[in-house]
Design a protein around this ligand. Structure first.
Ligand SMILES: Cc1cc2nc3c(=O)[nH]c(=O)nc-3n(C[C@H](O)[C@H](O)[C@H](O)COP(=O)(O)OP(=O)(O)OC[C@H]3O[C@@H](n4cnc5c(N)ncnc54)[C@H](O)[C@@H]3O)c2cc1C
Length: 449
């Protein structure tokens, strides 16, 4: 039987930073990471396998990061967990004991109960190299691809699959607009631009209908929609969300709820020596404290850094999920942090918004310039920032992270209108037209409007 101080089960967005953080905080401890797959995909890079990066092996997390941090790796499946004996049994039959354990077992893709969904050439998105290689082979022979779901994953897959491939791509979305869950209806400026971009690329987006049946004998030949329409398809990608992988935790008798493994704000499970983080855990909203269904790599890594630091001494707390997303299609980046005005109102907040648009370089003729639009959403009662949306070029990706920092530090419109910025013609908007500052000023103006 192997004896280790700290064991982490799971080797992806949550498991790796949990192990590295444990190494940084507890340098004297032995650390073992157990994961079941030989090669780990960069999960957020999966859509790019089908276009920009070209193959699953170009989208892998190198194991060197574990070696560099003196973290031992075992590639095997953890089959059983006995919290009383602090023991994990692996599929190979080997056992490992621990002082502290981190579960980072992730999630499974959702497969909706649609008749015919089990036909050949129907692909849920699995984080598995061979599965994605099979999908790549199928797509390379495919003429008519249908994608179910027009969230971030659906639009990224559509754009990438269309690149360098003679293929008809159709996205089917139940809601009225693509990306609607993330942005809320009032930020539909972003959603509309994404739909315009997809249309320009020849991608057909059908919204407001659901997919009711997968047609064909053995293989998919088409799909039927709730409006009766039938669409030809020789491949179907299902990108509609995930459910937490709680198999090991449930077997071990840990508290598990609808949202995943139950954890407190220190990321500790119902067993004080077992922590959990990432897609497998329950989450709550930063704003309301209510359960949150968001599952993102950025959330997983944050939770992992809390769990890894807290193993022997509690020093970090999880403030809850803010929810920060971004996606890029060509030169268009759309991004969102926190609540949309609509979402905030639904949660009972009285809100006021401000918007600003300007070039993200100055003068506007500088190379690489994109027009950048920012909307900020404030709580009218206490003035705190509760959300923001950005549409622009590549610079929007980091601006949304600034907005997230403002939200987490509960900055008010007046603080943002006067915050000290660094600007340069080649890399930022002008200090006069700086969108964040001006959107806050507009919100202050709108308070009384
Ligand atoms: C196509 C796609 C694109 C995405 N894009 C983004 C994005 O742009 N930005 C973003 O923030 N998020 C994105 N996400 C979400 C993100 O991928 C997940 O939130 C993230 O992968 C969660 O990480 P995790 O480590 O918790 O779980 P997972 O990535 O699911 O990893 C779980 C790990 O646990 C291992 N494991 C499970 N059970 C066992 C066991 N019993 N024994 C041993 N090992 C086990 C697995 O093998 C794996 O290594 C995307 C997801 C997909 C599918």
């Amino acid at each position: 039987m192997k004896q280790v101080d700290i064991v982490v089960v799971g080797g992806s967005a949550a498991g790796i930073p949990a192990a590295i953080t444990a190494r940084r905080h507890y340098p004297e401890k032995s650390i073992l990471l157990i994961r079941k797959e030989k090669q780990v995909l960069i999960p957020c890079g999966i859509p790019y396998i089908f276009g920009t990066v070209g193959a699953p092996e170009n989208d892998l997390i190198p194991d060197g990061v574990l070696q560099a941090n003196n973290i031992e790796l075992i590639v095997d499946e953890a089959k059983d967990l006995n919290p009383k004996e602090k023991k994990i049994t692996l599929a190979s039959g080997e056992s490992v004991t621990y002082e502290k354990l981190v579960l980072a077992t992730g999630s499974f893709s959702c497969i909706p109960p649609i008749p015919g969904i089990d036909k050949k050439n129907v692909y849920p998105i699995k984080k598995d190299v061979q599965h994605l290689q099979n999908l790549l082979n199928t797509l390379n022979d495919s003429k008519d691809l249908v994608i179910l779901g027009c969230g971030f994953i659906g639009v990224e897959f559509a754009d990438e699959c269309k690149k360098n491939r003679d293929i008809n791509v159709t996205i089917v979305e139940m809601l009225n607009q693509c990306l609607q869950i993330a942005f809320g209806e009032e930020a539909c400026k972003c959603c509309q631009e994404v739909e315009d971009y997809l249309a320009e690329k020849g991608i057909n987006v059908i919204t407001g209908v659901s997919l009711t049946e997968v047609l064909g004998d053995d293989k998919v030949t088409g799909v039927k929609l709730s409006n009766g329409q039938e669409i030809k398809a020789d491949s179907l990608i299902v990108g509609i969300g995930v459910r937490p992988n709680v198999v090991l935790a449930e077997k071990a008798g840990l508290a598990v709820g609808k949202g995943g493994i139950v954890v407190d704000t220190t990321m500790r499970t119902s067993d004080p020596n077992i922590f959990a983080c990432g897609d497998c855990t329950s989450k709550f909203s930063f704003f309301t404290g209510q359960p949150s269904g968001l599952r993102l790599a950025s959330i997983a890594t944050t939770e992992a850094r809390i769990a890894g630091a807290n193993l022997y001494e509690i020093s970090r707390k999880n403030p809850g999920v803010v929810g920060v997303f971004s996606t890029a299609l060509g030169n268009l980046t759309v991004a969102m942090a926190g609540m949309s005005a609509k979402g905030a109102k639904e949660c009972g907040f009285d809100v006021v918004t401000g918007e600003a648009e300007a070039a993200d370089r100055h003068p506007g003729g500088m190379p690489g310039m994109s027009k950048m639009w920012v909307r900020l959403v404030f709580n009218r009662v206490n003035g705190e920032l509760v959300g923001g949306a950005v549409r622009g070029g590549p610079s929007a990706g980091e601006l949304i992270n600034t907005i997230s920092a403002f939200i987490q530090t509960r900055m008010r419109a007046n603080d943002i209108a006067t915050f000290q910025i660094g600007t340069h013609p080649a890399v930022t908007a002008s200090p006069i037209a700086y969108q964040l500052v001006n959107a806050a000023e507009m919100a202050l103006k709108n308070v009384n409007g």
